[in-house]
Structure formats: structure tokens, C-alpha cells
Design a protein around this ligand. Structure first.
Ligand code: SF4
Length: 335
């Protein structure tokens, strides 16, 4: 069944913190907390646009720090969602928030208001990285909030970032292992970018912060993806959400690419094809892959096809419904 989220972005105004990398205004292109009417209009517009007959829909309050909003505002927003829940138009509500804004009282309120999924912006599980990133909470806060969320019966999502100050590939991988150990069922992977009017911009301009190169970010994310996939953790997003488009003049530096996830999928297939020099001798081959993987297998801008064309004159990518994941089969193409 196709799943849709109706995303409502909460700008940084909802958050009293200032992580070194964050300028939510630039990322969500939004400076005001949305009004009730704006939210209702957005939900209705989305509901009208869903094409498939059978689908599930969640209302998703993203960005910012939902449980950091004044209590009456949280309740107001959730009541809007509940009206749609009661009519069966949506199946649940998800929110994203900070680990240090979770306690059992808040969880009870969320539970009774139809929230089913809670995503915490964990970002890293290294205290050194959390401190250098100005997160204002320590690893222990993630551990505690995760335990409480799970014990209250929510689905737990733990979001992470790569390329944070004082981060490296091993620390990033340890974060992924920790998210698994903490019970996450979902994650999002965001590469750290240097955005205008942030503390990170100052560090970058002073030569004290060096963002990841795009290829490093893609490599790291591909490894994380493989890890999460093998541990049944759903990767909901890699890179910025399309509706979180950066304001062009806010972007200073870092591994931003509008199709970041495509680059990662392409890399995952490149890894699958790494032994292509051992494949059968032929001029032309057929490469069968799962139908939904056809584009990813050929690669972003056909980069995997071009790689394989170093060995084969022509490659036909074919969809094969019997294959799953990143399975593939090779057949010599008879002219
Ligand atoms: S907690 Fe989230 S919204 Fe608040 S400053 Fe940090 S990244 Fe931005």
C-alpha cells in the first residue's frame, strides 16, 4: 500500500536552541509558525492530490521542535489532525522533536492526540560531536527519550547527520549502530551543510570547519544505508526533503545536491557491480534488476551504465519482477 505524509514544517521559531548548523528559516523557507487555516488548507490540498485507491496517510509535523512549542499550540495542532483521524482520512500523526523535550507527561498527551510516530533529531550519539554542534543535549538524553518513547508504544525514528563538526566516518557509523541499539525503526540521514547566518558559517569562514565533499557524503550515506537496511531500519530520507528546498542565497558550502538520494542509490548499485571485470565475456549483455530499481541500477545520469560500457559494448537493463532488493542477473544478449 502506498504511504503518503502530509508535511507541515515548523520553522526554527518553535525552537529556542541554535545548533551551529541550523537556520530553519533558510531551510523551510518559512519564517512564521503556520496558522490553523494554513494547515487545514494544506491537508485538504494533499488529500485531494493522492491518486492511488489504496493508500495510508500520516500528518507529519516536521522541522523545528514540536514538543518545544507552547503546550496550547501543540494541542491545537494535534486537534486539527484528530479531526482528520476521526473521519478516517489519515491513519496517524507523526512529529519530530528534540530528545531533551520528551518526558512521560508529554508522551501521554501525544498518545491521546493520535500521534503514532515520534522522530527525534539525534544527529549524533557522540558527546564530542553533540557539543561541537551546539546541540545543547548529550547522548544520554537520546538514550532516555528513546526508552520512554518505546515504552509508551510509539514507533521510534532517530534522525542523524553526517559531516558534523568533530565527526568522522567511524563516529558516524557508530552513531548508526547506536540508533539501532536504541530501538529506532526509522531514520533520516542529513548531510551537514553550511548555511548563511549560522555559527557554522563563522567556523567555516575562519577555516575551523571543513564540510564533507559531495562524494564523501555519498559514500558515507551509502554505507549507512546498507547498515540500516540490513538491520530493518527504514531510511525515510537522505538529503533535504524536496519541499525543504534551500534558498539559493542561503547556501554557503557543503555536500548539497538536489538529488542526493539518487546519487546514493546509484552508488549502492555501483558497489553491486564492483566485480564486473569477472562477468562473462560478451559484446552485449542483459542486466535484469527489480523493476523499481531500473533507474538506480543504470545510475544517476547513467553513470553505472557508462562504467559497465568500459567492458561491454552495450548493456540492456531489464525489469525482472522475481528479483528483490538489489539482486540482479546477467545474460549474454544474443544479437
Ligand atoms: S533543535 Fe532543531 S530546530 Fe532547533 S536549532 Fe537545533 S536543528 Fe534547529
Amino acid at each position: 500500500m502506498k504511504h503518503y505524509n502530509i508535511p507541515i514544517f515548523m520553522p526554527e521559531l518553535a525552537c529556542p536552541h541554535r545548533c551551529v548548523f541550523c537556520n530553519q528559516v533558510s531551510i523551510s523557507s518559512q519564517t512564521q509558525i503556520p496558522s490553523n487555516q494554513e494547515i487545514i488548507d494544506k491537508i485538504d490540498t494533499h488529500l485531494r492530490s493522492f491518486k492511488t485507491e489504496k493508500h495510508s496517510v500520516q500528518l507529519a509535523f516536521f522541522g523545528g521542535n514540536f514538543t518545544g512549542l507552547p503546550k496550547n499550540l501543540q494541542k491545537e495542532y494535534l486537534q486539527l489532525g484528530q479531526a482528520y483521524l476521526e473521519k478516517g482520512f489519515i491513519s496517524g500523526i507523526r512529529i519530530s522533536t528534540r530528545p531533551d523535550y520528551i518526558d512521560m507527561v508529554i508522551l501521554e498527551m501525544l498518545k491521546s492526540s493520535g500521534v503514532t510516530h515520534i522522530e527525534l533529531g539525534a544527529q549524533s550519539t557522540s558527546d564530542k560531536v553533540l557539543q561541537a554542534s551546539g546541540r545543547g543535549h548529550v547522548r544520554e538524553a537520546i538514550v532516555r527519550a528513546s526508552e520512554q518513547i518505546l515504552s509508551a508504544g510509539f514507533v521510534l525514528g532517530l534522525q542523524m547527520m553526517i559531516g558534523l563538526p568533530k565527526d568522522d566516518a567511524e563516529t558516524t557509523m557508530q552513531t548508526a549502530r547506536d540508533l539501532h541499539a536504541f530501538g529506532a525503526k526509522e531514520t533520516r540521514i542529513y548531510p551537514c551543510l553550511v548555511i548563511k547566518e549560522t555559527a557554522l558559517e563563522q567556523l567555516y569562514l575562519a577555516g575551523k570547519y571543513h564540510p564533507l565533499q559531495l562524494n564523501e557524503a555519498v559514500d558515507q550515506t551509502a554505507k549507512l544505508y546498507e547498515y540500516f537496511e540490513s538491520n530493518s531500519i527504514k531510511v525515510l530520507r537522505m538529503g533535504l526533503h524536496p519541499s525543504e528546498e534551500l534558498n539559493a542565497d542561503s547556501f554557503i558550502a557543503g555536500p548539497y545536491h538536489p538529488q542526493f538520494a539518487e546519487l546514493v542509490y546509484s552508488k549502492l548499485w555501483e558497489k553491486q557491480f564492483q566485480n564486473y571485470s569477472d562477468w562473462p565475456q560478451a559484446e552485449v549483455i542483459e542486466l535484469a534488476v527489480p523493476p523499481i530499481q531500473l533507474n538506480h541500477a543504470a545510475g544517476f545520469k547513467s553513470q553505472n551504465r557508462k562504467l559497465l560500457e568500459k567492458r561491454y559494448r552495450k548493456i540492456y537493463f531489464k525489469a525482472d519482477k522475481s528479483l528483490i532488493g538489489r539482486e540482479f542477473s546477467i545474460k549474454i544478449h544474443e544479437a
